[in-house]
Design a protein around this ligand. Structure first.
Ligand SMILES: NC(=O)C1=CN([C@@H]2O[C@H](COP(=O)(O)OP(=O)(O)OC[C@H]3O[C@@H](n4cnc5c(N)ncnc54)[C@H](OP(=O)(O)O)[C@@H]3O)[C@@H](O)[C@H]2O)C=CC1
Ligand SMILES: O=C(O)CCC(=O)C(=O)O
Ligand SMILES: [Mg+2]
Length: 746
């Protein structure tokens, strides 16, 4: 065994995963300390990131280190091993709520400048912008992604299938996307002939040259793309689709990813809201501007701002908004009991999760009356929307999928170094004047790519470096070999960017041993159809995709196959040699916190954490030749399998086993598996007392964990809860705590 320090960095995040960590982390440490592995907690919650960014506003004692920057640095080192739990990708509303909570707790943070005017406000806006949206994952992802349902999880889903609503052939649900004027339509792409520095600029019709990004360093062989979305065509599209939806009497639902596409999608969302409430905006637009209302952040901000107006004015606006609804389609609801529609916030409906949920529900979403209806799922950008229509066609024809018999679709996703659209937000702009948008070589003045844009168009540049592409292809070949499963590269030859990728894939595959492997390249719609034909026959197919489809497919298939993406194994082999282990592919489940606070029951399932932990320990065992760690990893996997088989996962109902109870059973089974194994006698001896105590006290511990439920609890905050209160709530069994604490010190 090597002498180097063996360490796992476990991320402290937000909401349900953070609560679960208060219970699980001490348990993990009890086990890993026996094999020489340290587990260090690194707080990267929204609150911690905010405090890290604005230290100059804080007192000495209030300051915290910039943990995310440190983790980003570590991803470039070969020994790094990080377990990354889901975190909040904050909307503006969430950001403001976090600022308010921290200010109330005595942190003198500046207010969020909603409508920045002065230089100082613009600077603050930029700094807060770093915390908004998907600000963690892209920074840590210095590798491509390998996401799959582990065998035990898939088998469990087959034995205990989740509910699936029926698809009717006569369902009117469908996807609507633009057929022109979108990013797909206007894309241009090129591969760099040499290292260059470029700038992004618009030469306006009025004769100005606006430099929007002064210098972007590019490397030889990387792919760059230039694309735009026409405001005019987007608005015409919305108008047409809203009218079509009204006539057909189904729900209008808009599916965007405003968290990850944090510049473009709020704008795309805002236009939908403004078209829907067109007459009210025509009448009150000036007042809305004066009030600093920006509906790109959702109707919630509008209602909040007009609440400050005199009652008569507010009522007039509300009446006018309601009048618009009369000749518009009904909106899909996020929470019909509270009247929260799809337009409330751009981050309430997140496409990767919302479309699978709709497909799982037989193509229906909730209407304002709390009943389910068919819907028009609007995804303006056509590039990836078509895969959902293909799946809907398949469901209408074949009926819903059956989790008992369906095959599995693991994914190998190109995402390293902010690949493709998901790395483009610092290179995305809304044009203020018509002109020519172009990418120009800073040194030679050579124009590499250019296209015409009009006022209000969204234009952007995407980058995909060559090393991540080569690594992605290698990973796909490796996964095909290791799992003996066919791979389909989902690449569309009609899209310039993907056409360049196809050339690279074809060339690179020649350098790999692909003897006996089934590797194909298909455009997205064909790839979906091909994969689904196999899925219904119980056959497995790896999807090798770009970054957006990685995100979409690793929610879509897991939600259909397993009921949730939280049960996925999600590994990011870092290109520098380390490992990033993401827990599941799901989010941070805000509803779970509400339930805990109201009735002291946490239904968060830590299965994703268990799977990631085993993979993380396994990697350390290989890297440091630590055979004991290898046993710890394999016994953890065995314990997780038993947890599933014995139905010790959290229940949704108060009074029944919850997250904390499932952690107890994991400890019990893990200790037992360690005692049962014969490969390392010392390890078996070490864990024997722990196993004996846990098993003899099982009844009492489960009773203590159940007894506390049913009453409201205080964790001292939402974004910055109190660690002591969190610990008290999440570790309520004195008997269990005593056993675990004494085992870790022994
Ligand atoms: N990797 C990351 O860091 C990611 C972060 N996010 C962020 O998470 C937040 C919420 O996103 P949202 O789209 O609502 O998606 P979530 O995945 O958080 O939740 C959707 C629903 O899935 C179920 N669910 C998800 N995970 C679990 C789990 N571990 N145990 C039990 N049930 C689970 C819950 O259903 P039920 O209510 O029925 O219990 C939950 O309400 C946002 O801030 C988003 O940006 C989203 C995706 C990935
Ligand atoms: O970082 C985020 O906001 C979401 C990430 C995500 O959905 C994913 O990687 O699957
Ligand atoms: Mg996702």
């Amino acid at each position: 065994m090597s002498d180097k320090k063996q360490k796992i960095i476990y991320t402290g995040t937000d909401e349900a995963p953070l609560l679960a960590t208060a219970s699980l982390l001490p348990i993990i440490r009890t086990f890993t300390s026996a094999v020489g592995i340290d587990v260090e907690l690194s707080d990267i919650s929204v609150a911690a990131r905010m405090l890290g960014e604005f230290s100059e506003f804080l007192t000495e004692e209030q300051r915290v280190p910039d943990n995310l920057a440190e983790l980003a640095r570590l991803t470039l080192e070969s020994d790094t091993n990080i377990i990354k739990l889901p975190n909040i990708s904050a909307s503006v509303q969430q950001l403001k709520a976090c600022i308010k909570e921290l200010q109330a707790k005595g942190y003198a943070l500046p207010d969020f400048p909603e409508d920045p005017q002065t230089d100082e406000e613009l600077q603050l806006r930029t700094r807060y912008g770093k915390i908004i949206g998907s600000a963690v994952n892209p920074v840590l992802r210095e590798g491509n992604s390998d996401r799959r349902a582990p065998k035990a999880v898939k088998e469990f889903a087959r034995k205990h299938p989740h509910s699936m609503s029926e698809w009717k052939q006569w369902s009117r649900t469908h996807v609507s996307h633009m057929h022109g004027g979108d990013f797909y339509d206007g894309e241009q792409s090129m591969v760099l002939d040499k290292d260059r520095k470029v700038k992004m600029e618009v030469v306006t019709d009025s004769g100005k040259t606006e430099v929007l990004k002064a210098e972007i360093p590019l490397l030889k062989s990387e792919i760059i793309d230039l694309m735009f979305m026409s405001k005019k065509e987007l608005c015409e599209f919305y108008e047409r689709e809203m009218e079509d939806c009204r006539q057909s009497g189904i729900l209008f639902s808009l599916h965007v990813k405003a968290t990850m596409m944090k510049v473009s999608h709020p704008i795309v969302f805002g236009h939908a809201v403004k078209i829907y409430y067109k007459d009210a905006f025509a009448k009150h637009g000036e007042l809305f501007d004066e009030l600093g209302i920006n509906v790109n952040n959702g109707m919630a901000t509008l209602y909040e701002k007009i609440a400050e107006l005199p009652a008569s004015k507010r009522e007039e606006i509300e009446r006018d908004l309601r009048a618009c609804q009369e000749h518009r389609p009904s909106l899909a609801m996020v929470d019909s009991s509270r009247g929260i529609t799809n337009f409330h916030s751009p981050s309430d409906v997140i496409v990767d999760a919302s479309m699978p949920a709709m497909i799982r529900s037989g193509g229906q979403m909730w209407g304002g009356d709390g009943k389910l209806y068919d819907c028009k799922a609007v995804m303006p950008e056509s590039t990836f929307a078509r895969i959902y229509q293909e799946m809907i066609n398949f469901c209408k024809w074949h009926g819903n999928f059956d989790p008992v018999t369906m095959g599995t679709v693991p994914n190998v996703g190109l995402m390293a170094q902010k690949a493709e659209e998901y790395g483009s937000h610092d290179k995305t702009f809304e044009t203020s004047e018509p002109g020519v948008a172009r990418i120009t070589d800073v040194e030679t003045g050579e124009v590499l790519l250019e296209q015409r844009v009009e006022e209000g168009d969204i234009w952007r540049m995407c980058q995909t470096k060559d090393a991540p592409i080569q690594d992605w292809i290698k990973l796909a070949v490796r996964r095909a070999r290791e799992s003996d499963t066919p791979v389909v590269f989902w690449l569309d030859p009609y899209r310039p960017h993907e056409n360049e990728l196809i050339k690279k894939v074809e060339a690179c595959l020649k350098d790999h041993d692909t003897e006996g492997l089934d590797i194909q390249i298909m455009s997205q719609v064909r790839a979906m159809r091909y994969t689904l034909e196999r899925v219904v026959r119980g056959l497995d197919t790896i999807s090798a995709t770009g970054n957006i489809l990685r995100d979409y497919l690793t929610d879509l298939f897991p939600i259909l196959e397993l009921g949730t993406s939280a049960k996925m194994l999600s590994i990011v082999p870092l290109m520098a040699g380390g490992g990033l282990f993401e827990t599941g592919a799901g989010g941070s489940a805000p509803k779970h916190v509400q339930q805990l606070v109201e009735e002291n029951h946490l239904r968060w399932d830590s299965l994703g954490e268990f799977l990631a932990l085993a993979a993380s320990i396994e990697e350390l065992s290989l890297k440091f030749d630590n055979s004991k760690a290898g046993i710890l990893a394999s016994t953890l996997d065995a314990a997780t399998g038993r947890l599933l088989d014995n139905n010790r996962s959290p229940s949704r109902k108060v009074g029944e086993l919850d997250n904390r109870g499932s952690h107890f059973y994991l400890s019990l089974y893990w200790a037992e598996e360690l005692v049962k194994q014969s490969a390392d006698k010392d390890l078996a001896e070490h864990f024997k007392p722990l196993f004996e105590q846990l098993s003899s006290k099982e009844e009492q511990i489960v009773k203590e964990l159940a007894e506390v439920q049913g009453k409201a609890v205080d964790i001292g905050g939402y974004y910055l809860s109190d660690p002591e209160l969190r610990k008290a709530v999440m570790r309520p069994s004195g008997t269990f705590n005593e056993i675990m604490d004494s085992a870790s010190s022994s």
